[in-house]
Design a protein. Structure first.
Ligand SMILES: [Zn+2]
Length: 282
């Protein structure tokens, strides 16, 4: 099995401990502290051990977001750039910018894509309390992604993170974005559950929409979602873990036991590798 993981948070235990909403998520998913990595070296070790060729590391910036829960949440693009550089091209960075920062966010995104060679943008609408179809705060960022032909990965659906509202992450708002930016590549993280039917409907009518299966142990992925992975959206589903909430060993073990034999043969490699490879490298 060859793998490309499109959804990795380069978080360590100490970083997570500083962030109450992340600790809420650990409680929500019943993840004990000793499961979490103590350094970023463990990420590459996990990837090596389980055949993950490339991983997308996601940035995050809340410097202009007022929610006090997210005061210590920012991971700078500079830091992400260094981590990527030290990985020998194994870790591909997606920029984190704060949509609440206005023109500074636009400038920072351009810098990350142009000067630092980043390959996408990550936004968590609930963290920023901004709707994905917000013309003032989000559309300028989409314009840049479309211009540079890189994907924007948006958190969609519920979240384990505490102290934020899930209404901002409803996939339905992305239908507007698809209509207004027909060439923008969009990844709906976590396939939008509990609104996964809406997320799937949008992907069916918009050819540049992808869905990642991160944040779910394979055994829990709903049967109707599996039928779309096997069927009409087989070129649009992407493997992701949501590391370190689910680490590679746990994911692969569960996958082999519970999902692998439910996938059609020509779908397996697409889901785990080829779809992401095409999206990220062509
Ligand atoms: Zn995530």
């Amino acid at each position: 099995m060859r793998l490309i993981d499109v959804h990795i948070h380069p978080w360590t235990r100490n970083f997570m401990k500083k962030n109450k909403p992340i600790m809420d998520a650990c409680d929500f998913f019943r993840i004990p502290l000793n499961y979490l990595p103590s350094s970023n070296r463990e990420l590459l070790e996990d990837m090596d051990r389980y055949g993950v060729e490339v991983g997308v590391i996601l940035g995050q910036n809340t410097d202009s977001t007022e929610n006090p829960g997210f005061k210590y949440y920012t991971i700078s693009n500079e830091w992400l750039y260094r981590l990527s550089n030290s990985s020998g091209d194994r870790l591909i960075p997606f920029a984190g910018v704060d949509p609440n920062a206005g023109n500074d966010a636009v400038k920072e995104l351009k810098r990350a894509l142009k000067d630092l060679g980043f390959r996408g943008l990550k936004i968590h609408s609930s963290v920023h309390s901004v709707y994905p179809n917000d013309k003032e705060r989000m559309y300028p960022l989409y314009e840049i992604c479309q211009e540079y032909s890189v994907p924007v990965l948006l958190h969609t659906g519920t979240t384990g993170l505490g102290r934020c509202r899930i209404k901002f992450s409803k996939p339905e708002y992305l239908d507007d974005v698809c209509q207004d930016f027909p060439d923008l590549k969009i990844i709906m993280a976590h396939f939008g559950w509990p609104w996964s039917d809406v997320a799937i409907a949008i992907a069916l009518r918009s050819k540049n929409v992808y869905l990642d299966i991160s944040g779910w142990l394979p055994r829990y992925i709903p049967e109707n979602v599996v039928s779309y992975i096997n069927g009409p959206l087989k070129e649009r589903f992407l493997f992701g873990t949501d590391y370190p909430m689910i680490r590679h060993g746990r994911w692969v073990e569960d996958f082999n036991k519970t999902l692998k034999n439910r996938l059609k043969e020509d779908v397996l490699d697409r889901l785990l590798y080829t779809n992401a490879k095409k999206l990220l490298f062509t």
